[in-house]
Every structure is written in C-alpha cells, then in structure tokens.
Design a protein around this ligand. Structure first.
Ligand code: PXL
Length: 278
C-alpha cells in the first residue's frame, strides 16, 4: 500500500479539504496521514466561522514523523492557514517526501475573488509550486499565481497557455473552465486544461447549473488517488473530472441547490466507485 500525506485544513461543517480528501484518497486504496493546517468550525464560505491556526503544531508533527522514520509516496497540500505554512510544506517535502509525487492544490480563491483568509499566502504559494510535480489552480488561482488581473471578459485557451508557461511547475491542471471565462468552451460544458511540459490537452464534462463548495477538493483528491497509484496525468484528470461531475449531478438532482451549496457535494455513496478505479 502507498502512503499519502494530506496537508490541508479540517473544516467541521461543509464538505471540503480534509473531510473530503481523507475518505476519497483512502477509498482509492491508499493509507492516509493527516497534517492539519487549520481547524475551522466550518469553511469560510459560511457567514461566520472560527479559525484556529495550526502552524505551530505542524513543525512538531514533522519532527515526530521524521524521528519515527515515516516516509511518503505522495504529498498532497491544499488550503494553507498562513504564508509560513508554504515553507513548512516545502520542509516536509524535503525531509519526508523524497521520491514522493508532489501535488499542490494552490487553494487561494474562486470566481475572481481571493478567500479572505489568504493574506500573504499567495506570494508564499509561488515558492511552494516550484517544488510540485502537479498543481491544480482554477482560473482565479492561476491569475493570482501569475500576478495578473482576473479577466473581465472571456479569454482564449492560448491566453491560459501563456499564463501556464509563466509558472515553474511542469504539470499544471487548470480546473473548472467554462464559457463565462474561456471563449472556446461550449456553454453546457466544464473543462480542465492540462499543460504537461508545455503540451496542452483539454478534457470536458457536461456542466450543471450549480456550483458547490468543495468540488475543487473532490477533484484534487481523486487526482491524488490516481497519481499515488502511478496512473498517467491525463487518465487521472479524466477520472477526477468524471467523479466530481457525478457528485454534482446527484447533489443537484437529489437536493435543493440554494440550501446545499455551502454543504458541498454528496460523495459518500459513491466512494465504492473509487475502489479499484486506478
Ligand atoms: O474548498 C476550498 C476551501 C478549503 N478550506 C477552507 C475554505 C475553502 C473554501 O472556501 O474556506 C477553510
């Protein structure tokens, strides 16, 4: 069995980050170790939340795991509670992730808006992505990492390719692209653009008229499961996109969108589909 380190926050309510990554990566057949970055009552999309920054404890976890001789085949990082956590994650990779696949989901914002906890995280994230094999920004995060304005009107795929070429990571998966933001995408589709050593592949799925919190985490977690198993990037992206779409579709069909949006997607009854998927 492979061992994956999940570096992410634990939000008590609202399916996202560790409460999504832990079940999904486990269902893909991997042993998971959890390094929390912050503990929240609920994610930051709700009207109020409590936030406990876990930075000081992260170093202790790493020292302890190093003393115990624990090593990892995958290091997957997501939401960081402070800028310094990017350096702690880099330190984790150097000490415990030798030979590991390194997946960084640069969680910074969505729909052109940065999360209000981000503060100095963006500039530190630019350093962390240098050490990643694969990163999964949405368009908001891609713009933030490049230091560019979020576009006011739809842009071309060539423009996204240009932004990817400015980043230091070999494999970039730009997630959740739609016609609202990208000219070449059809109105009823949602696409991911894979930029692998400069060559581009697009995958797309049917789009539902609903956007749920935490879908980026569902996508990155399935991708993490596939990459930990050694599956090729494009195949892992397709599986991650299909699984995420299935969760959105079921949540949309079974619930009431306005009420459920913050609570995330129903993935629990689909975890069995991930068994043996990679
Ligand atoms: O799903 C991204 C995410 C992760 N963690 C926290 C968040 C969000 C998005 O709002 O608030 C705490």
């Amino acid at each position: 069995m492979k061992r994956a380190a999940l570096i992410n926050d634990l939000s008590g309510v609202g399916r996202c980050s560790l409460s999504v990554a832990l079940p999904i990566v486990s269902a893909c057949g991997h042993e998971c170790a959890v390094l929390p970055t912050a503990l929240l009552s609920n994610h930051t999309g709700f009207e109020h939340y409590t936030f406990y920054d876990f930075t000081e404890h992260m170093r202790g976890y790493i020292d302890c795991w190093e003393e115990l001789g624990i090593s990892f085949d995958m290091v997957y990082s997501g939401f960081l509670g402070s800028g310094v956590q990017a350096d702690i994650t880099l330190n984790f990779i150097e000490r415990l992730g030798k030979g590991a696949v390194r997946l960084v989901d640069p969680v910074l914002g969505d729909n052109g808006v940065l999360y209000d906890t981000c503060g100095d995280v963006t500039e530190h994230m630019r350093r962390l992505i240098r050490a990643a094999d694969v990163i999964t920004p949405n368009l908001t995060e891609l713009c933030a990492l490049c230091g560019e304005e979020y576009p006011e009107s739809p842009i071309s795929i060539a423009e996204i390719e240009r932004m990817c070429s400015r980043l230091p990571t070999e494999c970039i998966v730009v997630t959740g692209l739609e016609r609202d933001t990208v000219l070449e995408i059809e109105h009823n589709r949602v696409a991911n653009l894979i930029c692998e050593n400069g060559s581009i592949t697009l995958t797309d799925n049917e789009k539902f008229p609903a956007a749920y919190c935490g879908t980026g985490d569902v996508f990155a977690s399935v991708l993490c499961g596939g990459l930990t198993s050694g599956v090729k990037l494009t195949a892992a992206v397709r599986a991650a996109a299909d699984f995420t779409q299935m969760c959105v579709q079921d949540t949309y069909n079974n619930g009431s969108y306005g009420k459920d949006k913050l609570y995330g997607v129903q993935f629990e009854d689909k975890l069995n589909l991930l068994k043996g998927c990679f």
